[in-house]
Design a protein around this ligand. Structure first.
Ligand code: FES
Length: 97
């Protein structure tokens, strides 16, 4: 099972999730990383779920068109839209606001 580590507001939250989990879908049903994950639309339209990937980016698929549209140059800084990702490997991410 993939291990997910979320850095947020100076704290670190960590848990295992089922293979092929979407973290926004999980948060929507009040499972980890609820209530610590910021998100809104769940559809790649608001960028509220933007997160900087600290490790595990090599296992993620290439950014889709929604991520390219919403994140632009931030993609090069390691940002992804978490609602657009299904997790299959360990992932460490930060939501810094
Ligand atoms: S939650 Fe709106 S873009 Fe991901």
């Amino acid at each position: 099972m993939p291990k997910v580590t979320l850095h947020k507001g100076g704290a670190v939250f960590e848990d295992e999730v089922a293979d092929n989990s979407n973290l926004v879908v999980r948060a929507g049903i009040r499972k980890f990383p609820y209530p610590n994950l910021a998100y809104r639309c769940g559809m790649g339209k608001c960028a509220t779920c933007s997160s900087r990937i600290l490790s595990g980016a090599e296992h993620l698929p290439p950014p889709n068109w929604k991520e390219k549209k919403m994140l632009g140059e931030r993609l090069e800084d390691g940002y992804r839209l978490i609602c657009q990702l299904w997790i299959t490997h360990d992932l460490e991410l930060a939501q810094d606001e």
